[in-house]
Design a protein around this ligand. Structure first.
Ligand SMILES: Cc1cc2nc3c(=O)[nH]c(=O)nc-3n(C[C@H](O)[C@H](O)[C@H](O)COP(=O)(O)OP(=O)(O)OC[C@H]3O[C@@H](n4cnc5c(N)ncnc54)[C@H](O)[C@@H]3O)c2cc1C
Length: 396
């Protein structure tokens, strides 16, 4: 496989390009914008930093944030202090960093829009600037909005989230997350090195864009955020269901999908950067070995089981209630009251705790109410009460 074309130079495409160029392939990457301020929070969790230390160890501007304020739909507030920071980039900077690395490895980068692709022949083709080009393998890394997904089905409305937001010229040291009543999504404010990315995400099939805009407006007014003259953005975000994560075709004989194009996004949190970079790396490695068919199994081992878990609980998390009050409100109340639960949530938020091993963690140290709460949200069998200690107990 000598020649590989990558469509899309976001985190997934750039990482894939770097891997393949390092392995000696001839790689051509096409992006209609190159490094640009793609609508995004820009937050990288600790698992991304652990896997790719260069994301922290570099001189590109970024902000390290150690604290998160959570606000419930009823205005209860709780703060999480994280041992490992969330690293927040402007997307123009992050995309630039990853594209620079791809180019340094030998990947050829071109600013062009690819209009269509054709995977029906032995050698796939793509059309750019009015001409068709043949290649040996096509990597589709064109994000959530693109329609270039031959050999697979496009995501429907019930697997997409709408997002809206502002880049606000203000500084802050802490992340803010605000939950809303009966709303599948949340509002965020992510401080970057010289501005805030403030936005809202919500299920496209459950909420209208006017509804999102209204909630966001109320939030920025309450938080006194100056949005006059701030740049407004909107974009889509995959929110895949479990069957899509486990069954969707992401690789064929001469093509593969990575990042948002493959729907590798956590449907609970909207985190996609880590999965984009990791999927780009794993596809690059499997292609470098001449075995693209290994890619889905590698993804499953690396992270898709986690995403499937999140897909199973997302509705219960945003719509469910516990002891008569919304799950998200109970979560904020329990964070305030129980240091053990607070630590657990800090680790989940910063990305040092995954969903699937939650079951094994801390049952003996959480009070009965919080153990019941976690078991109810995660739909787990609660361990026998006899084994649950009451160190962090809050009253039943
Ligand atoms: C508002 C919002 C906030 C988010 N916040 C976070 C966050 O804080 N943390 C996090 O982890 N994730 C976040 N995400 C998710 C994250 O942005 C994505 O998961 C990530 O960008 C996916 O990377 P990608 O490379 O797959 O796609 P993208 O970053 O979308 O890159 C795709 C690239 O393809 C190019 N392209 C598209 N079509 C064509 C074409 N036809 N020809 C040529 N080029 C093309 C585009 O210009 C783009 O550069 C957020 C998403 C949104 C929408």
């Amino acid at each position: 496989m000598a020649q590989i074309a990558i469509i899309g130079g976001g985190p997934s495409g750039a990482m894939c390009g770097e891997q393949l160029a390092r392995a000696g392939h001839q790689v051509n990457l096409y992006d209609e914008h190159l490094a640009w301020e793609k609508p995004c929070g820009g937050g990288l969790t600790h698992k991304a930093i652990q896997c790719f230390p260069f994301l922290l160890d570099n001189s590109y501007p970024k902000k390290l944030v150690h604290s998160v304020e959570l606000i419930s739909s009823q205005e209860h507030r709780a703060t999480l202090e994280m041992q490992h920071p969330i690293v927040i980039y402007s997307r123009k900077v992050l995309n630039g960093l990853l594209l620079d690395r791809a180019q340094a490895a030998g990947c050829k980068v071109q600013r062009s829009r690819v209009l269509s692709v054709d995977i029906e022949r032995t050698k796939p083709r793509f059309s750019v600037e009015g001409e068709w080009h043949e290649t040996d393998f096509l990597v589709l890394a064109a994000g959530a909005r693109n329609q270039l997904v031959p050999g697979s089905r496009a995501l429907q409305r019930d697997e997409l989230e709408m997002t809206q937001g502002y880049f606000v010229p203000q500084n802050a040291d802490s992340i803010t997350i605000k939950f809303l009543p009966q709303f599948e999504g949340y509002i965020w404010s992510f401080p970057r090195s010289d501005h805030l990315s403030v936005g809202i995400c919500g299920s496209m099939s459950s909420h209208t864009s006017a509804e999102l805009r209204g909630h966001l407006q109320t939030f920025v007014e309450k938080q006194n955020l100056p949005t006059e003259g701030a740049k407004f953005y909107s974009h889509v975000l995959p929110s895949p269901q479990e069957r899509t994560l486990s069954q969707r075709n992401v690789v064929g004989k001469n093509w593969a999908l990575v990042g948002d194009a493959a729907a590798w996004v956590d449907p609970l949190t909207g985190e996609g950067l880590f999965y984009a970079i990791r999927s780009g790396e794993l596809l690059g490695r499997s292609l470098a070995q001449g075995c693209p068919e290994k890619y889905p199994a590698w993804i499953k081992a690396a992270f898709s089981t986690e995403l499937e878990f999140a897909a199973r609980i997302v509705r219960r998390f945003y719509r469910g209630s516990f002891l008569g009050t919304a799950v998200t409100t109970r979560m904020v109340q329990f964070i305030r009251r129980s240091p053990v639960f607070r630590q657990l949530m800090s680790d989940l938020f910063s990305g040092t705790q995954d969903y699937s091993s939650l079951k094994r963690r801390l049952w003996g140290h959480l009070g009965v109410t919080i153990s019941d709460f976690i078991a109810s949200v995660l739909n787990l069998d609660r361990p026998a009460r006899a084994h649950a200690g009451n160190t962090g107990a809050v009253g039943d």
